[in-house]
Ligand binder design. Structure first.
Ligand code: IPE
Ligand code: IPE
Ligand code: MG
Length: 249
């Protein structure tokens, strides 16, 4: 049992329940700095980060998180040097191939959010296969945000809604907040309760802007490859103590 749960169990009285987030978002940041500190190329940081992604994903599933959204590659990350982008693409392919075998007997449902049409054909095929092979499972939903940008997501949703209005499927007066939510990549999923950003940066970097209207943020001064299960427990403890008011009192 994890540190968090054993400790919480002792503190809890009978009938009390742990305030566990239903949906966690993680901005997996700090791979480059992790590598630099060790005199390694940035790509080595991405490899270490990808390994940690596996550990933390499994842990979230084990402790009963229902939805996990990880930010792996943003719409702005194409600005990086070509060799870094190419190393990341190779890593994604390798990981998806491994994940297909590794997660075979698993209950995790894997989904991709982002504009995946920008990726090479073999990567797109892997993405489709991974989604197909896991879609009938009943465990935690893992959203992997790849070529994801929240502004891009909102523009795409706006276009979809405009198209429905144009076709006469939808009237302007019937557009609600749900219409917007239902046209995002995360349609029909609960909003994130908690977003964790390791690496000490205090910004959202175009991640889940609409969905995070009332999300609790926990910024941690640890680089992603160094982020452990205990760090996740700590974030969960911080979250459990927050008083969420959603505009009420
Ligand atoms: C996050 O780590 C991974 C991606 C954005 C793909 P970074 O590569 O941004 O690492 P830092 O922030 O430069 O340390
Ligand atoms: C956010 O990290 C994107 C991912 C972790 C995939 P960045 O490193 O790209 O964000 P900035 O540039 O520091 O805002
Ligand atoms: Mg970064």
């Amino acid at each position: 049992m994890s540190l968090f749960f054993s400790r919480r169990k002792k503190e809890r009285g009978k009938g009390d329940s742990v305030v566990l987030p239903q949906h966690i978002g993680i901005i997996m940041d700090g791979n480059g700095r992790w590598a630099k500190k060790r005199g390694l190329p940035r790509s080595a940081g991405h490899t270490a980060g990808a390994q940690n992604f596996r550990t933390i994903t499994r842990y979230c599933s084990d402790i009963g998180i229902k939805y996990l959204t990880v930010y792996a590659f943003s719409t702005e990350n194409w600005k990086r040097p070509a060799d870094e982008v190419s190393a990341l693409m190779t890593l994604f392919k390798q990981y998806l191939n491994e994940a297909l075998t590794d997660f075979k007997d698993d209950s995790i449902v894997v989904r991709f959010i982002g504009e995946t049409s920008a990726f090479s054909e073999d990567l797109r095929e892997l993405i489709i296969r991974t989604e197909e092979e896991s879609k009938h499972r009943n465990g935690m939903v893992l959203n992997i945000a790849m070529n994801y940008g929240s502004r891009d997501e909102l523009v795409t949703a706006t276009k979809k809604i405009a198209e429905k209005v144009k076709n006469g499927e939808l009237s302007v007066d019937d557009i609600t907040e749900d219409t917007v939510s239902d046209n995002l990549y995360t349609a029909h999923q609960p909003d994130p309760d908690l977003i964790i950003r390791p690496s000490g940066e205090y910004r959202i970097s175009n991640f889940l802007l609409w969905q995070s209207a009332y999300t609790e943020f926990v910024i941690m001064d640890k680089l992603w490859p160094d982020f452990t299960k205990d760090d996740l427990d700590m974030a969960l403890e911080i979250f459990a103590k927050r008083n969420r008011r959603f505009g009420g009192i």
